[in-house]
Design a protein around this ligand. Structure first.
Ligand code: PXG
Length: 291
């Protein structure tokens, strides 16, 4: 495996950053997780845009332009001979001293790791997930905005720890006001009376690339999709529920907090969207290798 670090390629043993990097000391940095399918990178422009937007919000100047980041991402995939896999882009604040001041870090670091992907077990897609609500609330946007995909993921990790204690593979997180926000690493949708509903980004969620793609695919398939505020009750009484995310793609949810959703099986709308998503991912995107 070859890993890109600041313009050079290293083996996993040789790929290193400093213990004085504020990415390590403070979680000061941004990242993206991206998939490639069948030789196509999925929504590369959207992921890169979110990376640069997250950095802008943190006043972190990414040292290379977006076009160079795109080329470095593709080149990392080529050097690793990957047509199917997972890409992790990381930009750290860089080396500073032991104080918080980001202005003392003069050289942000860019890291690109491309690896094979561990897929979710097939039975999750066939039978659906059982999830639980955790007590940990999603970050308040005026404290740390969840729209920033930063290296500080403790909010989500605390939620994940709580979920694992009750055996759940994914967990529902509410925002400070008690409205449904998202899951620890996935966005959430419900289907009620043929209408597809997902929380609006301003509630304090990561605006998922998969989420936005699924909204478009659903509308193209003739479904009505609305961004609406709802509570857990809305999920309990929904006909269907599913999650979206780079790793999970589109995955059905059949139980929340021991309440069976709909008839307890992955719903028809969900199944259609799983198929539409897979078709899109395998046939569209940025080509890794020339024809
Ligand atoms: N919400 C949060 C909080 C996330 O971290 C999503 C939604 C889905 O966004 P995308 O753009 O992927 O549709 C994420 C995804 C992983 C993993 O490997 C996923 C994420 C972060 C870290 C690891 O499962 N983020």
């Amino acid at each position: 495996m070859l890993i890109y670090v600041d313009g050079e390629y290293f083996s996993p043993e040789e790929a290193k950053i400093s213990v004085f990097d504020h990415g390590l000391l403070y979680g000061d940095g941004v990242f993206e997780g991206i998939r490639c399918y069948n030789g196509y990178v999925f929504k590369l422009d959207e992921h890169l845009e979110r990376l640069y937007d997250s950095a802008k919000s943190l006043m972190l100047k990414i040292p290379i332009p977006i076009e160079a980041m795109q080329e470095a991402t593709l080149e990392t995939l080529r050097r690793n001979q990957l047509r199917e896999g997972y890409i992790r882009l990381i930009v750290t604040r860089g080396i500073g001293d032991l104080g918080l001041d980001p202005d003392k870090c003069h050289n942000p670091s860019v890291i690109i790791i491309a690896d094979k992907i561990t897929l979710y077990p097939q039975h999750y897609y066939e039978n659906g997930l059982e999830i639980v609500t955790v007590s940990v609330r999603r970050n308040y946007p005026e404290a740390i905005n969840p729209r920033i995909k930063s290296l500080n993921y403790l909010n989500n990790i605390l939620a994940k720890i709580e979920g694992k204690q009750s055996g759940a593979v994914e967990v529902l997180m509410l925002n400070i006001d008690g409205y449904v926000a998202e899951c620890s690493g996935d966005n959430i949708f419900i289907v009620k009376d043929e209408m597809i509903i997902t929380p609006p980004a301003h509630l304090g969620i990561l605006e998922g690339v998969t989420r936005n793609c699924v909204i478009t695919l659903a509308r193209e398939a003739g479904f009505e999709v609305e961004e609406r505020v709802f509570t857990r009750h809305g999920i309990y009484i929904a006909d269907e529920c599913f999650l979206t995310g780079t790793a999970a793609e589109v995955i059905p949810v059949v139980k929340l907090d021991q309440r069976v959703i709909g008839n307890g099986e992955p719903g028809k709308v969900t199944q259609k969207l799983i198929a539409a998503y897979r078709h899109y991912a395998n046939n569209f995107g940025t080509r890794i290798f020339p024809e």
